[in-house]
Write a protein that binds this ligand. Structure first.
Ligand SMILES: *Cc1c(COP(=O)(O)O)cnc(C)c1O
Length: 385
């Protein structure tokens, strides 16, 4: 057994981030300013030039995205039960109704064949989630958008650097929200960004992100700025700060190396775990996986233990894990509000019941990966039915 606890996630930070952060502190300009502008430009360049608005979270991006698309009371937004609460909460925040559709059993991504069956006259948008960093079927998504004229807002919290047939998520012409939360592939503590391909919509998102004040109000304290501002609508306080952007610029430079390391760890898991009673994460040949998570599934019918017991046994061997996700319809709030219950989305439930997210972050060594594999082997081989 390893002597030290292996956390399930850890951001990849070093002295470069410390230096960049210190420089912002020394500059005395610590909220949205020139460094945030540079981060927006760098992220936009990474994504092939699409307009990007830096924000304080992915949740803010999803909220502003729905507002920019004009989603409001009376509208329905189709999304997945296999996601984090934020994807559904924002639909409520704009007064619309979330309509859940069950997922694909291999990827836990929205099953677009079933989405078509749930379209109604009220369907305004579809909000797919690229679970774990495996892109949704972008061909089917594009066909849905073009064939039925519904708007698309992608929750790409897991999918920075993920690609479909060589094309990065965020470059398919849809509003796309990324997360830079502490656990995500690019981490700024809290942070996010929204890709807004339409220039008029982009301008509105910028205004909404800063109290509804007219464009570039952030610079009103600089020599170049002016004290004058005009509030155009009741906006929000969703801007990124230069402290976050300083981390983001360094992280973006490190991203290719970090992604390569994630892929190498995933490959090592695949090799080490392939003869165990587990289902390894599916990878469609058309995708480049961002490996935000390594969502392993237990073959429960072959085991005498359940998922919770395996997690406990791993913890006893100093291996940290997590579970993604407790499906939306199993949470008490949504059950009370929408009458959803267990049984409504059986594919999502089966995926959840068997799922364990293994440790996966660039700072893990090969020996760390081998420790996880050895611990799982020890636990599962003694629990065979
Ligand atoms: C993390 C996450 C979010 C929220 O991101 P924040 O930046 O914390 O707001 C949204 N959706 C999914 C699927 C996530 O994993």
């Amino acid at each position: 057994m390893r002597g030290e606890f292996l956390p399930y996630n850890q951001p990849e930070l070093d002295e470069r981030e410390v230096e960049a952060l210190s420089a912002v502190v020394r500059s005395r300009w610590i909220t949205r300013g020139p460094v945030t502008e540079r981060f927006e430009a760098a992220l936009s360049e990474y994504l092939g030039g699409v307009p990007v608005v830096a924000l304080n979270s992915c949740t803010a991006g999803l909220h502003l995205g729905l507002l920019a698309l004009g989603v409001g009371p009376g509208d329905e937004v189709i999304t997945t039960p296999y996601t984090f609460a934020a994807s559904v909460n924002v639909i409520e925040h704009v007064g619309a109704r979330p309509v859940l559709v069950d997922v694909d059993p291999k990827t836990a991504n929205l099953d677009f064949n079933q989405v078509v069956d749930h379209l109604s006259a009220r369907t305004k948008a579809v909000l797919p989630v690229h679970f774990a960093g495996h892109p949704v079927d972008m061909e089917a998504l594009t066909a849905l958008r073009e064939g039925y004229g519904i708007s698309v807002l992608e929750d790409a919290a897991h999918a920075l650097a993920a690609a479909w047939e060589g094309r990065l998520v965020g470059t398919f012409g849809n509003l796309t929200a990324f997360s830079f939360y502490a656990t995500k592939n690019l981490a700024t503590g809290e942070g996010g960004a929204l890709v807004v391909p339409d220039p008029a919509m982009e301008a509105r998102v910028r205004v909404l992100s800063l109290h509804g004040m007219s464009r570039n109000a952030w610079n009103r304290y600089t020599a170049a700025g002016s004290w004058a501002y005009a509030v155009e609508e009741a906006g929000f306080k969703y801007n990124m700060t230069d402290l976050q952007a300083a981390l983001g610029l360094v992280q973006l430079e490190k991203l290719p190396a970090m992604q390569a390391r994630r892929a190498a760890i995933a490959a090592r898991y695949r090799e080490g775990l392939r003869d165990l009673p587990v289902i390894l994460p599916h990878v469609d040949p058309r995708v480049s996986h961002a490996w935000h998570l390594y969502p392993l599934r237990l073959q429960l019918q072959a085991l005498t233990v359940d998922r919770a017991e395996v997690i406990e046994a791993l913890r006893a061997l100093n291996i940290g894990t997590s579970v993604h996700f407790i499906p939306i319809h199993l949470h008490p709030y949504y059950q009370r509000r929408y009458g959803w219950r267990r049984g409504d989305f059986p594919v999502a439930e089966a995926f959840f019941d068997a799922e364990i997210s293994l440790p996966l972050y660039p700072g893990m060594s090969d020996l760390d990966v081998d420790d996880v594999v050895a611990a799982l082997r020890q636990i599962l081989e003694r629990s065979l039915r």
